[in-house]
Design a protein around this ligand. Sequence first.
Ligand code: NAG
Ligand code: NAG
Ligand code: NAG
Ligand code: NAG
Ligand code: NAG
Ligand code: NAG
Ligand code: NAG
Ligand code: NAG
Ligand code: NAG
Length: 467
Amino acid sequence: MPSSWKSLLVCLLSGRATLALQSQNDTFNSTFRLTAQQISTANLSAATTHNVEVALQYERSNNAGSLVQNEPFYIVPDHYNLNDLPPPGTILKVEAHTNLTLYTIPNSLSLSRFLYVSESYNGTSLPASLRLHPLAPLYPVVALAHGTSGQTQACAPSGLRNLWDHFNEPFPLALQGYAVVTPDYAGLGVPNVTSPYFVFPAQANDLFHAVAAAQSEWPSLLSREFVVAGQSQGGGVAWAAAQRQYSRPVKGYLGTMAASPFTDALAAIAADSGIENNGRVSGIAQGLASVLPGFQMSDWLTTLGVARWNLIHEIHGCGTTSGQLAAAESGALPILKEGWNETWSADWFRKATMNGGKPFAGPMLVIQGTEDGNANEPTTSRSINQTCELFPESQLQYIRFENITHVPVLLAGQHTWLGWNHDRFAGVAVPEGCTQQTLSPPRGINGAASAGWSSATWFVEYNLYGI
Ligand SMILES: *[C@@H]1O[C@H](CO)[C@@H](O)[C@H](O)[C@H]1NC(C)=O
Ligand SMILES: *[C@@H]1O[C@H](CO)[C@@H](O)[C@H](O)[C@H]1NC(C)=O
Ligand SMILES: *[C@@H]1O[C@H](CO)[C@@H](O)[C@H](O)[C@H]1NC(C)=O
Ligand SMILES: *[C@@H]1O[C@H](CO)[C@@H](O)[C@H](O)[C@H]1NC(C)=O
Ligand SMILES: *[C@@H]1O[C@H](CO)[C@@H](O)[C@H](O)[C@H]1NC(C)=O
Ligand SMILES: *[C@@H]1O[C@H](CO)[C@@H](O)[C@H](O)[C@H]1NC(C)=O
Ligand SMILES: *[C@@H]1O[C@H](CO)[C@@H](O)[C@H](O)[C@H]1NC(C)=O
Ligand SMILES: *[C@@H]1O[C@H](CO)[C@@H](O)[C@H](O)[C@H]1NC(C)=O
Ligand SMILES: *[C@@H]1O[C@H](CO)[C@@H](O)[C@H](O)[C@H]1NC(C)=O
């Protein structure tokens, strides 16, 4: 061993002995405080005030370093005119090697982030995006549509320690050798863009233009071919991408994997009486005006609902916070106006975002848990059946996982969907026609996978100690 190694070793050991370990909080006692004005304007009870403060602090603890809204990375460079941007797919800014010290990403992976031009439902917008890749020569690309992280600028997965979907989606893909191109949906990340939440065709635009932008920046690293994938909201986006691909084909497309996808979102919402729907519907209402001229939040939301969303935007809250502000207390204090679902705008939304019953570019694999309380199984099955009846030549493979809920279907089906992905790049042919299959857990199911909507009894925590 060269002597320099010895001294380095000694140095490390002595350094270790004197290093005082800091305690690492594993709870989220909040130092964030709402103002009296915010509490009264949004009519918050003492209990809700407490919950919002804890929820917001928890969300902030998930950021890799500074908060997204304070990170200069997300600001579009000055020399671009926001009202006259280059065409969709153009790169605006690149961070080739993101400092991963404050992320909780598997050690063998690296991350690049970039801003690019996307296309809104009817124009042009500016999301941030990230790309994640392993150490390998040429990466087959997976365009990954993320699940719901929230609706405000603060909720960009690229700024979160675990990239939001962590071991459910991006990590296993990247660890298997794929380059994961996964955009923050427009409105998340870059300031002053409204997020058209659940308007799947808009987010499908984000996905395709992110792939084009990444391929233009790293032509020798990324394959031209790509598979589309996503779960939950991302499953809805993935299915919408397959429909877009039918009418606007993009070269290199190999197929789509949609897990617990939202298809007929309003039907799924109607079938789910849970209070979480208040959060979902009001989350849609906060962004709909950005794609639907003439719509106002107050068309669907009560005065209280509007006040709550103004507060969510003001404090840069994401899903956990909006869960407290827009979903809870629903009975006593309505957030949604009665009849919101029978307005002209609800009708527009339903038609504009509908997946299923339309032609799409296959092959497509859909995986669905039978106990899914969000994108529920009967709604997904109906969309599958409609599609297969109208387009029997569809290359559509549908697999139901018995006893499995919304997010755990990615884990129950991991072997299946990763294998399916592999087959697309290997050129395995898929016959025309629809197939349906139900898989059951041979030894029953761990209660954690069948109870609740996401059912995780764990999350990836930051480790200060290095061991
Ligand atoms: C840990 O929690 C305490 C009490 O809430 C707080 O004062 C402190 O800032 C937290 N430390 C970190 C590193 O978050
Ligand atoms: C958080 O608050 C609870 C109750 O006030 C207390 O028991 C706990 O020790 C606190 N945790 C931290 C990390 O400060
Ligand atoms: C505010 O909340 C209280 C209950 O906490 C309720 O009685 C009152 O009607 C609410 N006011 C408005 C304007 O929603
Ligand atoms: C990465 O970030 C950490 C934590 O903020 C910092 O200590 C380190 O110097 C950074 N590394 C580089 C290469 O910038
Ligand atoms: C965002 O909009 C606000 C208010 O309209 C403005 O003050 C701010 O400069 C804008 N930020 C950026 C980065 O454009
Ligand atoms: C396009 O969307 C913008 C907002 O993003 C809206 O102001 C405009 O009215 C829309 N145009 C059309 C033709 O719908
Ligand atoms: C709207 O919701 C109400 C109450 O849940 C329901 O009775 C009605 O059928 C719904 N209307 C439509 C068009 O879905
Ligand atoms: C869909 O079709 C399958 C097989 O054709 C049938 O068993 C099932 O009941 C249908 N489901 C719905 C919701 O229509
Ligand atoms: C799993 O689903 C099957 C079919 O719906 C049902 O008979 C069984 O009771 C379920 N098992 C558990 C552990 O939930």
